[in-house]
Design a protein around this ligand. Structure first.
Ligand SMILES: [Zn+2]
Length: 293
């Protein structure tokens, strides 16, 4: 390869990265702008029930210095520490199973919140657990068992057992992290059963909760999850907190990502982004049914 070819390739790579960064910047600005426009309106309309409900926040990866173009679902370790400290100070923190039990018993949810993790990366063990332990904050971890013991950052079976022994609630996130709606009945059953068996075997605890990969589900997926013995399941619907009337197989969760400044984090947890997500679900045919579910 000649020097000119290398230069052109490097040039293309850096301009692609510049574009990717610009796209991320604009997406983040639009999200905040939409919240400025729609946020106050949701409070005025009296439909803001966040104070009486319980938010479940969701993290994926905790990284020291993530790249916004390749790692949008990671959260900086320092931001994570500040966010969970704020949550521990302002809410009574419980696990997803405890929240489900409260809903079943029609107990009030106001003032409670849940911290959850998806996928099962080893940073949950290395970075998040020490912070959560220091705060004595409970946490629920949903693991896609196909990623267990994988060399590229997957949680190890021994780490999973240690997390469970430390009191971390373990739930299933399927085996292969596929959209459960797209699977045949047999594949769906295998995802739900095998992931649960593997987790119970590796972690030595009973597994009662499920988080749908990508938050996607339909009636058939719910029926299958019930038939496989799950007690409750989490979506990624972000337009409502959990309330006494929330269906146990459609629990709502707020995703916290790299682009969330402290102001946006407080806005999300306070329900000021609810209308933004509601508008998005209405526009997107894949998520429109989430508004009624
Ligand atoms: Zn996931």
């Amino acid at each position: 390869m000649s020097a000119t070819t290398v230069e052109i390739r490097l040039d293309e790579a850096s301009s692609a990265a510049r574009w990717a960064r610009a796209r991320v910047r604009w997406r983040e600005r639009l999200l905040d702008l939409a919240a400025v426009v729609l946020g106050p309106w949701s409070t005025r309309s009296g439909r803001n029930r966040w104070k009486d409900g319980a938010p479940i926040v969701t993290y994926h990866r905790i990284v020291a210095d993530p790249d916004p173009t390749t790692d949008p679902f990671a959260v900086r370790e320092a931001a994570f520490e500040a966010q969970v400290a704020w949550l521990a100070q302002h809410f009574s923190l419980i696990t997803v199973a405890e929240l489900a039990a409260r809903i079943r018993k029609r107990k009030p949810l106001g003032g409670t919140a849940v911290i959850s993790f998806d996928d099962g990366y080893d940073c949950t063990y290395r970075r998040a657990l020490p912070i959560l332990r220091a705060l004595k904050a409970p946490v629920t971890l949903f693991v896609a068992t196909g990623g267990l013991d994988r060399a590229d950052g997957g949680l190890g079976s021994a780490q999973l057992a240690e997390l469970a022994a430390a009191g971390v609630e373990i739930g299933s996130h399927g085996v292969t992290h596929r959209d459960l709606r797209t699977l045949t009945d047999a594949e769906l059953e295998a995802e739900l059963k095998r992931s649960r068996e593997r987790l119970e075997e590796s972690a030595g605890v009973a597994v009662a909760g499920l988080a749908y990969p990508y938050g996607r589900f339909d009636d058939r997926v719910i029926r299958a999850a019930r038939a496989c013995g799950y007690d409750h399941a989490c979506s990624c619907r972000q337009h409502r907190p959990n309330e006494a009337t929330t269906a146990l197989f459609c629990l709502n969760r707020l995703e916290l990502n790299l682009g969330d400044s402290r102001r946006r984090f407080l806005g999300k947890v306070g329900g000021r982004y609810a209308r933004v997500y509601e508008a998005w679900y209405r526009l997107n045919p894949a998520t429109r049914a989430w508004l009624e579910a």
